[in-house]
Design a protein around this ligand. Structure first.
Ligand SMILES: *Cc1c(COP(=O)(O)O)cnc(C)c1O
Length: 384
């Protein structure tokens, strides 16, 4: 598969037709255990489904192929994937350096769940190379970055950051949820591991939770695989199958998400009601040049700061109709959210807090003229 291009791999990797019946779509192996041909006589290595399941194996092969990785492991959620990665690699006394606008759930996992087990975490502005160098310690094991970030769409130079981290003996994990591998391949830019909430663009239809760890090589696979097996936060067969089905249309969906978001960003940039449009596809965005270099498109996420302030932002988030008010992102349907009270409520009052006049859009793949008309009627309904 590795000599095929991205869209082809997304459809075929790990998805050979069923050898028994020729069914073009491999079946959902909805089973908890596998019959043995004599004690220890496992067929294709399958034994008990916490250890392995053929539907999950197909998804894992597909995920590795998408990111250009050596292997991948899939989990019940993005945070379950992150937890297995962190506990597989870290030991008490280790330090993790995070971007200062990291996904709130990642921050919570490290500072609330893992801190009592001796893991230290600090945050830094990842756009500032000197600040990263100063924040690195001898104990720093992982530099964790997200680009574009959530919700302000900051861009981090993956290759430059990896160089700094590696020079200090740390490894680099990229949360590639926002860009998806259709737009950005962190392993090729020097990252050691990629994590995903497959709940978002990879699944793509807001109908399944999931997460993944993708490995550049075999250094960390056994440790994380052991966590997957020993703890058991695996993807269920139906969830793995739905994620696989979503991935097959990733390339075409992300192209449309990006095209629609670019049009909305340009529309919003010309409206006086918005004081800032956060979208890396705009040449005015501070990360535009790096994004143009390390991504093949700018994605479907954008945020808008309302000039009239927090009350207007809240009212706007409640005034749209096609853009439905909900957490999450990356589905075919457009969503709007008010980060300070929704996705980022857990970091309110911390150094990771989000400006109170910002709304976040996950731009879907509906007709973009309908989407812009919806935003216009929303503005008309609020007092700005
Ligand atoms: C949603 C999300 C996660 C967590 O994934 P879940 O599937 O919700 O557990 C992690 N990182 C980013 C960037 C996300 O958007």
């Amino acid at each position: 598969m590795s000599d095929h291009s991205f869209a082809t791999r997304a459809i075929h990797a790990g998805q050979a037709p069923d050898p028994l019946t020729g069914a073009i779509i491999p079946p959902i192996y909805q089973a908890s255990t596998h019959v043995q041909d004599g004690i220890g006589g496992f067929r294709e290595g399958y034994e008990y489904n916490r250890a392995g399941n053929p539907t999950r194996s197909g998804l894992q092969t597909q995920l590795a192929a998408l990111e250009g990785g050596a292997s991948a492991l899939s989990f019940a959620s993005g945070l379950a994937a992150e937890d297995a990665l962190l506990r597989g690699i870290l030991k008490p006394g280790d330090h993790v350096l995070l971007g200062n606008d990291v996904y709130g759930g990642t921050y919570r996992l490290l500072t609330k769940v893992l801190a009592p087990w001796g893991i230290e975490t600090t945050t830094v502005e990842l756009g500032d190379a000197d600040a990263i160098r100063q924040a690195l310690r001898p104990e720093t094991r992982i530099v964790w970055l997200e680009t574009p970030s959530n919700p302000l769409l900051k861009i981090v130079d993956i290759a430059a950051t990896a160089e700094i981290a590696h020079a200090a003996g740390a490894i680099v994990v990229v949360d590639n949820t926002f860009a998806s591998p259709a737009l950005q391949l962190p392993l090729a830019l020097g990252a050691d591991l990629v994590v995903h909430s497959t709940t978002k663009y990879l699944g793509g239809h807001s109908d399944v939770l999931g997460g993944a760890v993708v490995f550049a090589d075999d250094r960390f696979y056994d440790q994380v695989k052991f966590q997957q097996f020993a703890v058991g936060a695996v993807s269920a067969p139906l969830d793995a199958w739905l994620t696989t089905r979503g991935i097959k249309t990733l390339a075409v969906r992300v192209r449309q998400h990006s095209e629609n978001a670019q049009a909305i960003a340009e529309w919003a940039a010309a409206r006086p009601e918005f004081e800032t449009v956060f979208y890396p596809g705009l040449s005015s965005h501070p990360g535009h040049e790096i994004a143009a270099r390390q991504m093949s498109g700018f994605g479907g996420m954008l945020s808008l700061a309302l000039a009239a302030g927090p009350d207007a932002a809240r009212a706007f988030a409640e005034s749209t109709e096609l853009f439905q008010l909900a957490e999450s992102l990356g589905g075919v349907e457009s969503l709007i959210g008010y980060p300070p009270d929704m996705t980022h409520a857990s970091v309110r009052g911390t150094s990771l807090a989000v400006p109170e006049n910002v709304v976040r859009l996950s731009v879907g793949i509906e007709d973009v003229a309908d989407l812009i008309a919806d935003l216009e009627q929303g503005l008309a309904r609020i007092d700005v």
